[in-house]
Design a protein around this ligand. Structure first.
Ligand code: ADP
Ligand code: MG
Ligand code: MG
Length: 202
């Protein structure tokens, strides 16, 4: 992946997070502590304020991940940070920019989120959007644009499927059964990351 593509992805994600910060915070107000939009916005503003001068996409995305870990308070900072660090790690040594490599990088990011947060499918977290997205990308490796749009469509379905779920991880789990009937904020922001990827990474 070219450095300019990785930077365009993060710039697009930062813009869409900023536009949707109020929505993300409203979702988090229903089942959390009303800060997911402001957390992600603070982190992504710090990412786009980074120096543009990096040797490659992997080193840039590693720095972006470390920036999220250090600037986003809350669960989402370490989880998104780990996602980007592992994603970047999977890019290292990739010589072509294709759907196979893209799916591998998203898979590595997902595994980082799971090993950090210990959430599984159905726990009503960002994993419920990210995991089906990665599986859809892995099933569509003939064309990079199709791979990314398939991942986005599956991520949207996964996000929507969080609404009836009862949360078993994160703050929303404190509500027990009362967490049902609300869309998960982190699954919602993952779809914004997928949208930004579909617009910039093909
Ligand atoms: P906090 O809950 O600390 O205020 P945020 O509001 O920024 O952090 O992020 C909340 C989102 O983080 C949730 O909607 C959920 O998607 C995600 N999340 C929380 N805990 C976990 C976990 N253990 N694994 C995966 N995702 C999680
Ligand atoms: Mg919160
Ligand atoms: Mg919080």
């Amino acid at each position: 992946m070219e450095l300019t593509k990785a930077q365009a992805w993060m710039a697009d994600f930062a813009a869409t997070i900023s536009q949707n910060a109020a929505l993300l915070t409203d979702l988090d107000r229903q089942i959390g502590d009303a800060d997911h939009g402001s957390n992600m916005n603070r982190g992504m503003q710090a990412v786009i304020a980074l120096d543009r001068d990096f040797p490659d996409a992997a080193s840039y995305l590693k720095k972006a991940g470390m920036t999220l870990v250090s600037t986003v308070g809350g669960a989402s900072g370490p989880l998104y940070g780990t996602f980007l660090l592992r994603f970047a790690g999977a890019l290292t040594g990739q010589t072509t920019h294709d759907a196979h490599g893209m799916a591998r990088a998203w898979r590595a990011g997902l595994e980082g989120v799971i090993s950090r947060g210990k959430a599984g499918p159905g726990d009503k977290t960002m994993v419920d959007a990210l995991q089906p997205a990665v599986e859809a990308m892995e099933a569509e490796t003939s064309d990079l644009a199709i791979c990314l749009t398939s991942g986005l469509a599956a991520g949207e379905q996964g996000r929507d499927a969080t609404t009836p779920m009862v949360a078993r991880k994160g703050r929303a789990s404190y509500l027990g059964e009362r967490s049902a009937g609300h869309q998960d904020p982190g699954a919602t922001s993952i779809v914004l990351l997928l949208e930004a990827a579909a617009r910039t990474l093909a």
